[in-house]
Design a binder for this molecule. Structure first.
Ligand SMILES: *Cc1c(COP(=O)(O)O)cnc(C)c1O
Length: 237
């Protein structure tokens, strides 16, 4: 097996994929390369093409890659996986952004743990614009109840909303769901200022990012569209 030859091919593809995606999105949209399951070498290749934002969904896997990539000091690491409360401390210390704050008790725990930190990550609130028993997050219609308590979380740097849509939607439903998320953020904006900012919208993945950008996404999270098909996760350790 020619290892370096294989990696060389993958790097060309990463560069081409990035060029194609960038050609279709405005410069103002932050492109997150979702590098979960891909090796540090793939991250380094995307970094070489100018990507500075990387999304990971498992803490241990991310920490191992961060150690390998310690020389790339201007990477922004984004946590996009489900955050268990016993991992909250690690998420705070190893990431610049946490996209998946998905219920009030977790927000309050993150707030307590962030209090002594010099620099705490920016936080997004994960919401569900349509019913989805398989996903975490606030149903859009119930986020309002928790906003006053979220605004009390003084050590959290809340920046906006994040959503992951169910896989089975039609493009009409996807568009509607992204628009509803954008409208919710716009409605909240200013109500709890400056504690709660609503300027960031993390939505859109490989399959649906054009619709997300159209609806006002400020960050899109793309894995397969940059790195190719994902190898399966190893079993959790
Ligand atoms: C894996 C993942 C992505 C990227 O998905 P692709 O289909 O590979 O683009 C985006 N967001 C979250 C939360 C993910 O877990």
């Amino acid at each position: 097996m020619n290892q370096s030859g294989q990696l060389g091919g993958a790097m060309t593809t990463i560069a081409e994929n990035l060029r194609a995606i960038r050609a279709t999105i405005p410069d103002t949209v932050r492109l997150l390369a979702v590098s979960k399951t891909f090796p540090a070498a793939a991250i380094r290749a995307a970094y070489g093409e100018g990507v500075r934002d990387f999304g990971e969904s498992r803490i241990q896997e991310a920490i191992a890659k961060q150690a390998e990539l310690a020389d790339l000091t201007d990477i922004q690491w984004h946590f996009i996986g489900h955050l268990q409360s016993n991992k909250a401390q690690k998420a705070l210390t190893h990431f610049d952004w946490i996209h998946t704050c998905d219920h009030l008790a977790l927000a309050q725990r993150l707030d307590r743990l962030a209090a002594p930190l010099e620099k705490s990550p920016r936080i997004l609130l994960q919401v569900k614009p349509c019913p989805d028993p398989d996903k975490y997050g606030w149903p859009l219609e119930s986020l309002g109840e928790d906003l006053p308590a979220l605004a009390q979380c003084q050590h959290l740097n809340i920046q906006g909303l994040m959503t992951i849509l169910p896989l089975s939607l039609t493009s009409g439903e996807i568009r509607q769901a992204f628009q509803a998320t954008q409208a919710a953020a716009a409605q909240i904006q200013g109500q709890f200022s400056p504690a709660l900012k609503m300027t960031e919208l993390s939505m859109g993945m490989s399959g649906d990012y054009p619709l997300a950008v159209e609806a006002g996404a400020t960050m899109i999270r793309i894995g397969r569209g940059i790195f190719g098909d994902r190898p399966p996760f190893p079993p959790p350790t």
